[in-house]
Design a protein around this ligand. Structure first.
Ligand SMILES: Nc1ncnc2c1ncn2[C@@H]1O[C@H](COP(=O)(O)OP(=O)(O)OP(=O)(O)O)[C@@H](O)[C@H]1O
Ligand SMILES: [Mg+2]
Length: 336
């Protein structure tokens, strides 16, 4: 597997002079649909840097490319041209499994139509992304309950979607979106199907998540919804025509932000890896290793090699109340 590490554009300086990591970057991204004589350019060399803790609203006429951009940012679709970097990982070279891992671990989605599974309760819907991530069932339940309490649905854990109001269903969808502590929360017209009171409650929740450090991009057609963001990107013809600051944005809000998100119990600490290929330590059974592949869902995890077979190693990760044995390529690991 080829690992593409971010070229040295590095973090960007915040208005307060701090270095803030770039969470997502679109570089001259184009997306076209249809054959040559009938081609629609949904995105036309769109460039965008999203820094950690930012809260962006996206507005623009119908057909201006908002959902197409969100689908690419969410790894639901691939660009026809240009590059999409999610944290330090170039998404272009990734296979379907790796993209699915990225979506599950790093991205949260909220859609206008909620897309909850009808036959599952609120609790089960929120547990689902953790099941895909291999979290133990006990921990899934514990974290899903906490997330539902967090969004004000502690009394509704066992209700199915058809037993919940639209606003409550959207809260479940938000809890599901944030349950794996994504680096980026994407919402495409999340209040589009809600009345104005419910819409305000849901937007209050996005505001709270942002103040806790979540990076948020939200598409809307409503000015009062967009006005809650830090910055509004105005799309036209598949490009950002203008970026504006909502008039309502107070200096205090502008100075807030910053990476305080991540206060949920974490199964294991995820330190940032610093590969040192010049000082490579041999990897043998019993070695302590760190996963250095920036595209792996286990990036930064430290474990002990149990066995080596050819170019693959079985690595045991130990958490507070769980163990996990994972097979990884030797090239994904760094000896410690
Ligand atoms: N799968 C597709 N096949 C063909 N054309 C598409 C496809 N998806 C989007 N398009 C076209 O790409 C353009 C951008 O669509 P997109 O859905 O991104 O717009 P939007 O800004 O989200 O609009 P809206 O506000 O109505 O949701 C439109 O012209 C649309 O018809
Ligand atoms: Mg759309």
């Amino acid at each position: 597997m080829t690992i593409n590490i971010r070229p040295p554009t590095g973090p960007t300086a915040s208005p307060q002079g701090r270095d803030v990591p770039i969470v997502a970057e679109l570089r001259e991204v184009s997306k076209s649909y249809g054959a040559a004589n009938n081609r629609v350019m949904a995105l036309d060399r769109l460039s965008l840097k999203v820094v950690q803790g930012e809260y962006l609203a996206v507005m623009g006429a119908s057909g201006s490319g908002k959902s197409t951009a969100m689908n690419i940012l969410g790894c639901l679709d691939q660009p026809s041209g240009g590059e999409y970097w999610l944290e330090n990982c170039l998404t272009a070279g990734l296979g379907d499994d790796q993209l699915a891992d990225l979506r599950n671990r790093k991205l949260g989605f909220v859609f206008q139509q909620f897309y909850l599974l009808r036959e599952l309760t609120a609790l089960e819907n929120v547990m689902l992304p953790m099941a895909y991530a291999g979290v133990s069932r006990g921990l899934q339940r514990q974290r899903a309950e906490a997330a539902l309490v967090r969004v004000g649905l502690g009394e509704r854990l066992h209700n199915r979607p058809n037993q919940l109001s639209g606003g409550q269903q959207q809260r479940v969808a938000i809890a599901r979106a944030i349950i794996n502590r994504p680096v980026l929360l994407l919402a495409d017209e999340p209040t589009g199907a809600l009345d104005s009171n419910t819409s305000n409650e849901v937007m209050d929740l996005f505001g709270e998540l942002h103040r806790e450090g979540m990076t948020v991009i939200l598409v809307t057609h409503e000015h009062d919804v967009a006005a809650r963001a830090e910055k509004i990107l105005h799309f036209a013809d598949g490009r950002i025509q203008e970026a504006s600051t909502p008039a309502s944005l107070s200096p205090a809000t502008a100075a807030a932000g910053g990476p305080s998100w991540g206060t949920h119990p974490s199964p294991v600490a995820v330190p940032s890896p610093s590969p040192r290929p010049d000082q490579a330590t041999p990897i043998l059974p019993g070695s302590s290793v760190t996963v250095q592949d920036p595209c792996s869902i286990y990036r930064g995890y430290t474990g002990i090699v149990q066995r080596i077979s050819g170019r693959r190693a079985a690595v045991l990760f130990e958490g507070g109340n769980w163990d996990k044995l994972v097979t990884l390529q030797l090239s994904q690991l760094r000896g410690r």
